[in-house]
Structure formats: C-alpha cells, structure tokens
Design a protein around this ligand. Structure first.
Ligand code: PMP
Length: 434
C-alpha cells in the first residue's frame, strides 16, 4: 500500500510518505523528523566534505555533521580507506582484536583522566554502563543529573525536573516506571547553591553526578568553571563518582575534551560520536580502580555483541589520528568563531535579536539578546523566529539542526568559502525575518 504521491513534487516528500508506512514517524531517531520546525525532512543520498545531497540531488552545507561525528568532514578519503581495508578483512569476530587495544591506548593518551576504557556501540550504552559502574562501585542508588542535559535514552536518565528546587523522578518518557527513576535527582544546570544543598542533604547517598560539561542538548550552554569545580570538590568530599558525559563535547571542543578546557578530572568519562568517526563506537572509561569493577574482573556486568567492532574501530582510529594533525583545533575553532561572528553581525544589520557562542567545532545560535547560561534562559529564546530562520536557510542550501534546542557542528572541511556562503545565505534569511 504505497501512498498517493502523484501530487508530490519532491522525492523527499515521496520518501517521507513511504517511510511513515513502515517506520514510526518515518525516522529512526526523533529529531530527524522535523517535528519542531515543520516540513519534510531531507532524505540524504551522499555526503562529501562539508556538504550532503538530498533525494532531489540538492546540495546543502551541513552543520549537523551526523550530530557530531563528522569532524574531519564527510567521506574523508583516509577514513574511507581505513574502513574499506578493515571491511575486507571481515566485519565482526566476537573475539578480541589488536585494533581495540590501539584505540584504547589512543583514548587513554588523549584523555589523561582515562586510565582504562571499555568500548560500546552508542552513547546511550556508555552513560548507562557508567551509571551502573558508579552504583556498583559505591553501593549507593541515588544519581544526580541536570535539567536540559541529555545522556541517551536509558530509563533512569530520561528524567526531567520542574525548574526551581530539587525534584525527584518525573519520567520524561512514557514507558519509564516512576519506580525506576525515583533515585534520579535533577537539579538546575550552573546552579552551585542547589548542588551544595543537595550534597549537604544526602551527599553520602549519591552514587554519581552525571553532567555534560559543555551542554549541547539544550542548544549550546557552557558550564561555568565554578559549577564544575564545585561539583568536583563535592564529589571528592562525599565519595561520589563524577561522570563527565563527553559523548558530544569530547574531541569536539578541544583535543582532550571539555575536561582539558576546564582543567578538571572526572572519575569516569563517557565518549561517543567523534571516536567512531561516523560508525557506531562509544566508550566509557576512567580511574583504573573504578574500571576494575567491570566484568570479567568485577561484579558490574556489561557486554556487547558488536562492542569494539573492527570496522567501526578502524573509522574511529583514523579519525583520532586526523584530529591530532598540527593546528587542527586552532583552525576548527577559528572557522566556527568566524561563522558565529558573521551570523551575529548579519542579524544585527537586519535588526534581529540574536546571539551566538562557539567552542572548538561546536556552536550555538540563539534568538535571544544574550548567550543563555541556564536551561530557563535557553527556553526563553524565540523558537518561532528560529523555525523561520531554519527554513529560510534550508531553502538557501544550508542545513542547520532542525530544532532551536540543538547545538551545531563545523568540520575541518568548512573552509572560508563555505563559511562565507553560509553568512551570505543568512543575510538573506534574516532579511526575510525582519
Ligand atoms: N550523551 C550525550 C551528551 C549526547 O549528546 C548523546 C547523543 N546526542 C548521547 C549521550 C547518546 O548517544 P547515542 O545517541 O549514541 O546513544
């Protein structure tokens, strides 16, 4: 039963209608569906460097970069060659390989707080396993997270709080029993007083604090240094495991991740996205005395049929080599800043209330007078204007994240010509909004 597609002019419309027959909402991950901005998602056929092409063979400058992984640009020849070579040797063995040792050594070298690391296949698995490890190692049940931080879709992390004071467990998703999240405490991001109070009240019951040290799932919101320092101090004082979820910001904001920028050592770090270079690799790792609790050494169980998959590891390893080239992050940061400055001055010229922020290859665009420092400030930005801007940019061949509450990503292939073309498109888009 195919849909009636005669009236549809775009192949994207046809594919979207067809997709919805066999896939809920037509997509395999919700934000792809354009629900918050409206319209038809683009179905992507191929990508190269800073661009991808849709089913009508229309080219877009891509600022989602697969939601983070595509830091060296799409289809980088070195990465593709590594993947092809690995694939030719076999796709999966279910037995250890030398490649897994190499990538573990590379991760430990690049992120000094990580002494030992376990590979998994998604960020969700990384944070979920890190939580289990923290609970197993401390013998405590309570966990602490912050509103607006996303850590994947494990049950106990799918919790949002009302803003304001401490709130326990209201599941954000149906299908998550309240009993599962009653141990999840949610606080406001960047609020040191709340953090102090929570530890004073129940610090010796908290297994771990999990945080995005640069938040990228409520658009981009930086942690203040005091916030992360307070967290580190309290976790040390109360024997609580500090987990930095660097699935998004790891190898994105700097070579050593946000922990290098802020000079703070978490006990456990979750990684993903960039370390797989576009294939499913994620990881969690940290202090060896904690990691020794993992099976087969310890009593915290975790496993995966495709964990450390040789083809995925090859993509990740070649990406990790490329990002260590001289000046990689200096150039990436310069291009990202150039983009944000160009967009900000284009908005100013058009009289639009707008601000922007950039860290490494990650950026935030806000229809707000100032860069938001809290979840509440972020939520107060103008979503309707963003949606109009998004569509005007899309029409002009620039693909931004299809939601006002997502961060954007620049790759090493976004050269001056690409950034200039984006800013020119934005001038046109802002003029339409004014
Ligand atoms: N943590 C963070 C900070 C993320 O941004 C994401 C995904 N956007 C995840 C965890 C979950 O990763 P995955 O989608 O690979 O399960």
């Amino acid at each position: 039963n195919f849909p009636d597609t005669k009236h549809m002019t775009s192949n994207n419309d046809t594919l979207f209608a067809r997709a919805q027959l066999t896939t809920p909402g037509g997509v395999n991950s919700p934000v792809r569906a354009f629900r918050s901005v409206g319209g038809t998602p683009r179905f992507i056929t191929r990508a190269e460097g800073p661009y991808f092409w849709d089913a009508d063979d229309r080219r877009y400058i891509d600022y989602i970069g697969s939601w983070g992984p595509a830091i060296v640009g799409h289809a980088h020849p070195t990465v593709i060659k590594a993947v092809q070579d690995a694939a030719a040797r076999g796709l999966s063995f279910g037995a250890p390989t030398e490649g897994e040792i190499e990538i573990a050594e590379e991760i430990c070298k690049l992120v000094p707080s990580i002494e030992q690391v376990r590979l998994v296949s998604s960020g969700t698995e990384a944070t979920m396993s890190a939580l289990r490890l923290a609970r197993g190692a401390t013998g405590r049940d309570k966990i602490l997270k912050f509103e607006g931080c996303y850590h994947g879709h494990a049950d106990s992390l799918l919790v949002k709080a009302g803003s304001g004071l401490l709130t326990f467990g209201n599941p954000t998703s149906a299908g998550v029993p309240e009993d599962f999240v009653k141990h999840t405490l949610v606080l406001d991001y960047n609020n040191c007083e709340q953090l102090e109070q929570a530890f004073k009240d129940m610090g010796d019951q908290i297994a771990c604090v999990i945080v995005e040290p640069v938040a990228g799932n409520m658009n981009l919101v930086r942690a203040t240094p005091e916030f992360l320092q307070t967290m580190r101090r309290l976790c040390t004082q109360y024997g609580t495991v500090l987990i930095f979820d660097e699935v998004m910001c790891g190898f994105r904001v700097a070579l050593g991740g946000a922990q290098a920028l802020y000079n703070i050592k978490p006990d456990i770090t979750a990684l993903g996205k960039v370390i797989g270079g576009g294939l499913p690799v994620a990881a969690f790792g940290g202090r060896a005395d904690l990691m020794k609790h993992m099976a087969p050494l310890g009593s915290v169980y975790q496993a995966g049929t495709l964990s450390g998959n040789p083809v995925a590891v090859a993509a990740g390893m070649s990406t990790l080599k490329l990002i260590q080239e001289p000046d990689f992050y200096t150039k990436l940061s310069a291009q990202t800043s150039k983009l944000v400055q160009g967009l900000s001055s284009a908005a100013k010229d058009a009289g639009i209330t707008f601000s922007g922020d950039a860290i490494g290859g990650m950026f935030g665009l806000y229809f707000a007078a100032e860069v938001p420092g809290t979840y509440a400030a972020m939520m107060a930005s103008n979503k309707d204007l963003f949606n109009k801007f998004f569509h005007a940019m899309l029409d002009a061949g620039v693909y931004l994240a299809p939601s006002a509450f997502e961060a954007g990503f620049v790759s090493a292939q976004h050269d001056d010509a690409v950034i200039d073309a984006t800013i020119a498109a934005a001038r046109g888009a802002f003029a339409q909004l004014a």
